[in-house]
Design a protein around this ligand. Structure first.
Ligand SMILES: Nc1ncnc2c1ncn2[C@@H]1O[C@H](COP(=O)(O)OP(=O)(O)OP(=O)(O)O)[C@@H](O)[C@H]1O
Length: 254
């Protein structure tokens, strides 16, 4: 079966320093993969190469078998690549309903002149309501973003990414900055993501990684040093040395 997402021999250097160093991996529909690694390992650079926000020096990115390396970020979104952002990029004066509504219109190529009255479009609002309801945001859908909690803003980002009906979803630290009391909501949202969606999550919180991922990829100094089962990652000598030593030595060690 053709992988839904694949990168081959991806390379990127900044000022001669290899930040992505011959990275290859593939994912199938329904995969739940965590990408971890120490600060500066190159995780964000990798995501930017995949989304089309950075151009690789070598290698290619494929979606559903199609090489998209020469296609811009918008074209990749149209081909099924979704992304939520590490830093919140929401408009404080707009509501969740408006954010998701705009994402739906963009997906359908109906943006532009229709922005003004889409809140009165039954099909758009029905879909937006369903998405926001699925993420526990129904009661807040007509409140301003500035009035809702940070954890709920992160959920809204996921709702917007899902509105684009991705086949592959990149989640950049979905729980970062969310108070402990609200991380349960994020975890539930992750558990409820569509079963056939391939999800690649960058995350530092290892407890969340172990609850979410069926496969863990470890990046260190731009190179994949481990790609395998969560139960194996804490036992791997290179991973322990590069990243997980203290975690693996704690009671979580498998
Ligand atoms: N545009 C750039 N120009 C020069 N160097 C860069 C650029 N972007 C990233 N780097 C460098 O590349 C390396 C990897 O950075 P990157 O942000 O991809 O790592 P990361 O694994 O996402 O780190 P973190 O977990 O801290 O977010 C770092 O040394 C960083 O300083």
């Amino acid at each position: 079966m053709t992988p839904v997402f694949e990168v081959n021999g991806l390379k990127k250097a900044f000022s001669g320093l290899a930040v992505t160093n011959d990275v290859s991996l593939s994912m199938a529909s329904g995969d739940r993969v965590a990408l971890i690694g120490p600060n500066g390992a190159g995780k964000t650079t990798f995501v930017n190469l995949v989304t089309g926000h950075l151009r690789p020096d070598a290698g290619d990115v494929r979606l559903n078998g199609e090489v998209v390396t020469g296609i811009n970020a918008t074209g990749r979104v149209r081909r099924g690549l979704g992304r939520s952002f590490q830093v919140t990029r929401l408009f404080q004066d707009m509501t969740p309903a408006e954010h998701v509504g705009i994402a739906i219109l963009q997906r359908d190529g109906r943006s532009g002149r229709m922005f003004g009255n889409f809140l009165s479009m039954p099909d758009v609002m029905e879909e937006a309501t369903g998405l926001l309801s699925g993420l526990g945001l129904l009661d807040l859908m007509h409140r301003k973003v500035s009035e809702i909690a940070y954890g709920q803003q992160r959920l809204l980002e996921i709702a917007m990414a899902l509105a684009l009906r991705p086949k592959v979803l990149l989640l950049d630290e979905p729980a970062a900055g969310v108070p402990q009391s609200d991380t349960g909501r994020i975890e539930r949202a992750l558990a409820d993501l569509p079963a056939d969606l391939a999800v690649l999550m960058i995350e530092h919180d290892m407890d969340l990684v172990f609850r979410f991922a069926k496969r863990v990829i470890v990046l260190a100094a731009g190179t994949i040093i481990f790609d395998g089962l969560p139960s194996e990652v804490t036992k791997d000598a290179r991973v322990r040395e590069a990243y997980l030593g203290s975690y693996a030595d704690a009671s979580h060690a498998a």
